[in-house]
Ligand binder design. Structure first.
Ligand code: AHG
Ligand code: MN
Ligand code: MN
Ligand code: MN
Length: 335
C-alpha cells in the first residue's frame, strides 16, 4: 500500500510485485529514467541563463526545427538508458531510426525497448512555459541474444509494460504506470529526491475543460467542429472552459487532475493529425486508461492500433471517459 510522501525508491521496493515479469530490471529502468529526468530538469530550470534555449539548427525527421533542449534531453536519456544495461533498443521522436544497444558483453541480452519523446512542447521552451518528457516501455518480442529489429518497436500500445511522463512545470513531477494504476512523484530539487505526492491518480469521469488548437478550426473534420460548438453551448453543469498550453503532457496532466478532454484531430493540413503514435499517444493512452480515462483516434482505442511506421501520426482524443465518448458520438455522426 503506497504511503504519501514515500520516496520513489521506497515505493519501487514496496511495490516490486507490480512490475510484471520484472526481476528488478524494470525497477532499475524506472530508476535510470528518474536520474535522466533530474539532469534534464536541471537544464530546463536554467533555460535562458545558459546557452540551452533556441534552435539547434537542424530539422528532425518530423520536419520540425530541433531546439537545443530537444537534442540535450534526447542525448541525456539515451546515454543514461544505454549505460544501465537494461535496454536493448531505443526509438525516439528525434531520431530517424531506432538505436540498437548490444550491451557491454555485446550479447544483446537486455530485454526491454524504450520509445520516447524526449522533450514534449518544444515551442514552449523559449517562453518559459512547461514542457515534458514522455516514455514508453515494452519487452522485446524478438529472441534475446539477437539484435533488436523494427518489430520490437512496432508493438500495439496494449503490450506496454510501463509508460510515464515527466512534467517540468511549477514543480517537476514524474507520473508513471506499470499497469497497476498511476502514481505521481514530485521532485524536491534541494534533496534530489522524488516524493509520492499523487498516489493512485484517477481521471475524473467527466469535466468542463476542452483542450484543442481552435486556430485550426476551419481545417477540422465536421465532427470536431460540431463537438467544439457543443462545448460552447449552455450546459446544466455550467459553461466549459478552453485551456490549451501547446504542450500535450501539461494539458493532459491538468485534465487528469481537474477533468477534461484533449483533442489533436486530423485536419485538411495533417491527414493523420500531428501527434506520434509510438512516442506520445500510446504512452499517454496507457497512463490515462490506467487512471480510468479513455483514449481513441476518434473512433478506435489507441492502444489497440497496430503500428506500421516508427514515426506514424494518429488523431488523438484523450481524457475524461464521458467527454471522449461524447466527442466520438459527434465523430461517428459525421463519419
Ligand atoms: P513536440 O514538442 O514533442 O514536437 O510536441 C508538441 C505537440 C504537443 O505537445 C502539443 O500539444 C502540440 O504539439 C501542439 O501543436 P500545435 O502547436 O500545432 O497546436
Ligand atoms: Mn517535436
Ligand atoms: Mn511531443
Ligand atoms: Mn518532442
Amino acid at each position: 500500500m503506497s504511503k504519501k510522501n514515500q520516496t520513489l525508491g521506497e515505493f519501487i521496493i514496496e511495490n516490486q510485485e507490480d512490475f510484471a515479469y520484472s526481476s528488478g530490471e524494470l525497477s532499475r529502468l524506472i530508476n535510470s529514467i528518474r536520474l535522466a529526468a533530474k539532469v534534464v530538469n536541471h537544464e530546463v530550470n536554467k533555460a535562458g541563463l545558459v546557452d540551452i534555449i533556441g534552435a539547434h539548427g537542424e530539422t528532425n525527421i518530423q520536419g520540425e526545427d530541433q531546439q537545443k533542449l530537444d537534442v540535450y534531453a534526447n542525448d541525456t536519456f539515451i546515454k543514461t538508458l544505454t549505460n544501465r544495461e537494461i535496454v536493448c533498443g531505443i526509438a525516439s521522436e528525434e531520431n530517424d531510426d531506432f538505436i540498437t544497444i548490444e550491451g557491454h558483453n555485446k550479447d544483446h541480452k537486455n530485454k526491454y525497448v524504450v520509445l520516447m519523446d524526449p522533450l514534449d512542447g518544444s515551442s514552449n521552451i523559449d517562453v518559459n512555459v512547461s514542457v515534458g518528457t514522455i516514455f514508453s516501455v515494452y519487452r522485446r518480442v524478438t529472441p534475446v541474444g539477437t539484435p533488436v529489429t523494427k518489430e520490437d518497436f512496432l508493438q500495439p500500445g496494449n503490450k506496454q509494460v510501463a509508460a510515464g511522463y515527466i512534467i517540468y512545470g511549477t514543480s517537476t513531477m514524474l507520473v508513471y504506470t506499470t499497469g497497476n494504476g498511476v502514481n505521481g512523484f514530485t521532485l524536491n530539487p534541494a534533496l534530489g529526491s522524488w516524493y509520492l505526492s499523487h498516489p493512485q491518480m484517477k481521471f475524473p469521469e467527466t469535466g468542463t475543460i476542452y483542450s484543442i488548437n481552435e486556430g485550426n478550426y476551419i481545417h477540422f473534420p465536421q465532427g470536431v467542429k460540431d463537438y467544439i460548438k457543443y462545448c460552447q453551448e449552455e450546459k446544466p453543469e455550467g459553461p466549459y472552459t478552453s485551456r490549451y498550453i501547446g504542450s500535450m503532457v501539461s494539458d493532459i496532466h491538468r485534465n487528469m487532475i481537474k477533468g477534461g478532454i484533449f483533442i489533436y484531430p486530423k485536419s485538411s493540413q495533417n491527414s493523420s493529425g500531428k501527434l506520434r503514435l509510438l512516442y506520445e499517444c500510446n504512452p499517454m493512452a496507457f497512463i490515462v486508461e490506467q487512471a480510468g480515462g479513455k483514449a481513441s483516434d476518434g473512433f478506435d482505442r489507441i492502444l489497440d492500433l497496430k503500428p506500421t511506421e516508427l514515426h506514424q501520426r494518429v488523431p488523438f482524443f484523450c481524457g475524461s471517459t464521458k467527454m471522449v465518448e461524447k466527442a466520438e458520438e459527434f465523430m461517428t455522426a459525421k463519419d
